[in-house]
Design a protein around this ligand. Structure first.
Ligand code: FPP
Length: 254
């Protein structure tokens, strides 16, 4: 980003510049279409996920440049355990490898790694690597990369309620439970809700992602398979977002 008044995509000089006063602070992405991308090329699904990792790198870099503060990526859902064991293993391996390979770069770029999800079911080496890099980047403030791994929106709410119930038994007064209090028990505690949720791959559904957090999030669906997702697609999504009128249940102008 060089111009203080506009953010112009390098690859599409004629496209409408972004409004720098309305950059979504938190973008969440359902990275769908890796399997179909691979099938279209006669490749294994794992090759699609590997190509998807390149799209993650591009998107992260673009978000840094544009000034997005938080990027949440849906990398593995609690339902993805139903996939063939080779694919589950490939995805687990990819997470561990990506985190290990990118640790120095994340640290250099001031990016903080967070994970939303149940870490206890990860392969021990992947878990160790993830925890090491979370620790290494804890103080970074340029951007938060929040990877939703072994994540399910319903599981997250159930886990929050379990911990809340434990605190009630330990003396937390019933009246203390309101929306803000409940949010402190979610994996995303301390993060603002996403402003914009993008889903690639052509499907228009939420698939158990951030069910609590997207109450007022703007939704954007695009047909491109995740491995083909480029900076220009991200800019298109943000431009679309900037046209929306967000009322949060209220009335505009009041
Ligand atoms: C959905 O596509 C994609 C996933 C379940 C995995 C996403 C993982 C990555 C992009 C790589 C790892 C990312 C990080 C952050 C380490 P799909 O397989 O359901 O595609 P399909 O609908 O075409 O079958």
């Amino acid at each position: 980003m060089s111009d203080a008044r506009s953010v112009r995509p390098a690859s599409a000089p004629d496209a409408q510049p972004l409004d720098p006063t309305r950059i979504p602070s938190h973008i969440a992405i359902i990275m769908d279409g890796n399997g179909r991308w691979a099938a279209a090329r006669g490749l294994h699904r794992a090759a699609g996920h590997r190509a998807g990792l390149e799209a993650v790198r591009r998107t992260l870099e673009a978000c840094r440049e544009i000034g997005v503060s938080i990027l949440t990526l849906y990398a593995f859902s609690t339902e993805n355990w139903r996939r063939p064991v080779e694919e589950v293993e490939a995805l687990m391996h990819l997470l561990g490898e990506a985190v290990a390979d990118e640790a120095a770069e994340l640290a250099r770029e001031g990016i903080q790694l967070r994970v939303s999800g149940e870490l206890s079911s990860l392969d021990p080496w992947v878990r160790r690597e993830v925890e090491r890099v979370i620790d290494l980047t804890r103080e970074n403030r340029n951007l938060i990369l929040n990877v939703a791994y072994n994540y399910g929106g319903r599981a997250e709410i159930a886990a929050a309620v379990r911990r809340l119930a434990r605190d009630l038994t330990a003396g937390l007064p019933l009246d203390a439970i309101d929306e803000t209090a409940l949010e402190r028990y979610l994996y995303t505690a301390g993060l603002p809700d996403p402003d914009l949720l993008i889903r690639t791959g052509g499907e228009q559904r939420i698939s158990n992602f951030l069910l609590w957090q997207i109450a007022y999030t703007e939704l954007y669906f695009c047909d491109v398979y995740w491995p083909d997702f480029e900076r220009t697609h991200l800019l298109d999504a943000i431009r679309d977002y900037q046209q929306r009128k967000r009322r949060f249940g209220g009335v505009e102008g009041i």
